[in-house]
Design a protein around this ligand. Structure first.
Ligand SMILES: [Ca+2]
Ligand SMILES: [Ca+2]
Length: 404
């Protein structure tokens, strides 16, 4: 089955959305320096060097925005179509919270041991050196050119409602820093196709999710997986996704290596029957946040867009008694950040919510909460982090009975 690529697609705009002017930090404990990022995650306001090339790209559903993301591959004129998931084994299983049993890596050839099953971009090469496991790895050589240098996996079919975790191991050798330092580095990317096989590239529809490789130790570091994780949820707008690795234009030299890439479908065995839903936009008190509707993958009538740190959503008179899973559906670009649940002004649990790849793409984070008898005040406290990149969205909290 072949999928025709749209007659026009954009290269440059992607990179405006994915990093022009960004100073997003990496995932180390020293992050928090991304406060000055301006365009990542704010596609609606991005004006980019690629504007001229995006003018004809509106056929894929851009709705008035000027900074819609495109896709980054220059070499794959046609999709390889749907590929079945292949269990190639041999890759390290990562800890996916809440899962039972051994999760299956859905990514074919995740350790590059089978050679060029990937669509390898210019200046990228599958090499028999610098492997984290096995003998092969993907080397991404930075030359200062960008825009089209993305290596892609085959498509991984997926269904609406499913959630996934993407995990990457990365090392760097003599990687030059971009002007923005941390975060101005090669990217791990996921991109989505619609039911007709077209890459989704309109703002308001999902585009791509990404995670920067770290920039640490002056661009020389062994394999790390410093929070190189993206959690994301499929919606009705897509039927599958591809995993990619992208050179970044601000890195003029040096090599970045990827190995042992994994995609797991997240499962949530602790969730029993759905009891009720607390929509974010229906919270009784919302502080340092506003109700938005622009990013369309919300449920209910909108979402809460956290603008300052911390954002708080409070629901009063919540009639719950017993043990429940409170599953927060959220969107967060860039970084792990804490979220906490308080019941009757007592903190019950705090966790680091993984980034979802992009503002407007969602994932869930589950809290275990025991309620005494009666009605309660439930408050969600959301750490925003600095800059627009850290501006999370909260869609809702689904309340599940704890499975027995
Ligand atoms: Ca390998
Ligand atoms: Ca909502």
């Amino acid at each position: 089955m072949q999928f025709a690529r749209p007659a026009t697609f954009i290269l440059a705009a992607t990179f405006a959305t994915l990093g022009c002017g960004s100073t997003s930090s990496t995932d180390s404990a020293t992050d928090g320096t991304e406060a000055s990022s301006t365009s990542v995650g704010s596609a609606e306001t991005a004006t980019t060097p690629g504007t001229a090339t995006t003018a004809t790209a509106t056929t894929l559903g851009t709705s008035g925005d000027t900074g819609s993301s495109g896709t980054g591959s220059s070499s794959d004129g046609t999709s390889t179509g749907i590929t079945g998931s292949t269990d190639t084994g041999g890759s390290e299983s990562t800890d996916t919270e809440g899962e039972t049993g051994e999760p299956e890596n859905l990514l074919p050839n995740p350790g590059f041991e089978l050679g060029d099953t990937w669509t390898v971009a210019t200046n990228h090469q599958i090499v028999d050196s610098d492997a984290r496991s096995g003998t092969m790895a993907l080397r991404v050589t930075s030359t200062g050119e960008s825009m089209s240098s993305s290596t892609w996996s085959d498509r991984i079919p997926a269904n609406a409602g499913e959630e996934y975790e993407l995990h990457t191991w990365v090392q760097a050798q003599n990687l030059t820093a971009g002007p923005n330092g941390n975060g101005d580095t090669p990217l791990t990317v996921i991109r989505f196709r619609d039911a007709d096989g077209f890459v989704l590239n309109g703002h308001g529809r999902r585009t791509e999710g990404y995670r920067w490789a770290p920039y640490i130790n002056n661009g020389n570091y062994p394999y790390v997986d410093d929070n190189m994780v993206i959690h994301f949820q499929m919606t009705q707008t897509g039927d599958g996704f591809e995993v990619g690795f992208r050179t970044w234009e601000n890195n003029t030299s040096g090599d970045t290596f990827y190995d042992d890439v994994s995609i797991f479908r997240r499962t949530f065995p602790e969730r029993g029957a759905l009891d009720s839903t607390l929509q974010a936009e229906d919270a009784d008190v919302i502080t340092q946040a506003f109700i938005g509707t622009e990013e369309i993958e919300f449920t209910g009538t909108g979402y809460v867009d956290v603008t300052d740190d911390p954002g708080e959503l409070t629901w009063n008179d919540v009639a719950l008694t017993g043990d429940y899973i409170l599953s927060v559906r959220y969107s967060r670009e860039g970084f792990d950040r804490p979220m906490s649940i308080f019941v009757d002004d007592v903190e019950v649990e705090s966790l680091d919510a993984a980034p979802t790849g992009r503002r407007g793409m969602y994932a869930t984070a589950d809290f275990n909460v025991s309620f005494g008898a009666g009605s309660h005040t439930v408050r969600l406290v959301v750490n925003k982090g600095g800059g627009p990149l850290g501006q999370p969205l909260i869609d809702k909290i689904d309340v599940y009975e704890l499975s027995r």
